[in-house]
Design a protein around this ligand. Structure first.
Ligand SMILES: [Zn+2]
Length: 245
């Protein structure tokens, strides 16, 4: 059986002397792996289709449960990402988060779109063609924060940054974040790990619910999401790496 799929390369592994196995995130079929034969040979036509972050229309053949890519036409290779180390690491977080969140058979066109949009934004930042915004919203970390919040929501682990769920009061100053429910609450009502107001405000800003996103707040929010992601799904080594750069 032959089929076409718009897909993003999440991961590529060497296979034998000349082949690669790619993990593709497709809009309509979720995550799947496929072989790319001979792509490690010099001058191989499909070399681009095994590159990380490649966004292309793939043509695959499925035989006895094994898939092979027979052709591909590129939508975007996001090559500009290679010019900026922060944007490149941030893109690696997007790919890794999708890989970790997508279980067998999970189809999410919304997550697919968010991932492509996130890579586009990072690419534009790396090229320097993006207009810088004020405060913490200008960098790759804000793109990443917006993406991770969306990805966690799509996977069923939404983060809620509204009023305190216990007393209903608006939150300010010192507060808490409950890892089990993903909800911010006040310090007095208890439950969860300590969280700062700047973290909470950065997350509200990323949701478009007002709130100021300082550069420090965005970094703190990413650290909190790293812990939350580990708690709910799995560790994200690429995010740890990104936060160290
Ligand atoms: Zn409360």
């Amino acid at each position: 059986m032959e089929f076409k799929a718009d897909a993003l390369v999440l991961r590529a592994t060497d296979w034998g002397e000349y082949d690669k196995i790619v993990t593709l995130f497709t809009a309509e079929r979720g995550k799947l792996s496929a072989a790319l034969k001979g792509v490690k040979r010099a001058g191989a036509k499909l070399k681009f289709a095994a590159q990380p972050f490649c966004f292309a229309e793939y043509v695959l053949v499925e035989k006895a449960g094994r898939r092979t890519v027979i052709s591909a036409s590129m939508h975007d290779g996001f090559y500009a990402l290679r010019e900026d180390i922060c944007c490149f690491y941030a893109a690696a977080v997007i790919a890794e988060a999708c890989d970790k969140l997508l279980y067998e058979g999970m189809v999410s066109p919304e997550l697919f779109l968010s991932a492509v949009r996130g890579l586009e934004e990072l690419s534009a930042l790396a090229e320097g063609s993006e207009t810088p915004l004020e405060d913490g919203k200008s960098g790759s970390s804000y793109v990443l924060l917006k993406f991770l919040l969306k990805a966690l929501k799509e996977a069923g682990y939404p983060v809620t940054a509204g009023n305190c769920p216990h007393c209903g009061e608006p939150l300010s100053g010192r507060m808490r974040f409950d890892m089990a429910s993903g909800v911010f609450g006040c310090e007095a009502c208890g439950g969860g790990v300590p969280a700062s107001e700047s973290t909470y405000l950065a997350i509200r800003a990323a949701y478009g619910e007002g709130g100021e996103a300082t550069a420090d707040g965005v970094k703190r929010a990413l650290r909190l999401l790293s812990a939350y992601f580990s708690y709910q799904a799995s560790e994200l080594p690429a995010l740890e790496e990104y936060l160290r750069t």
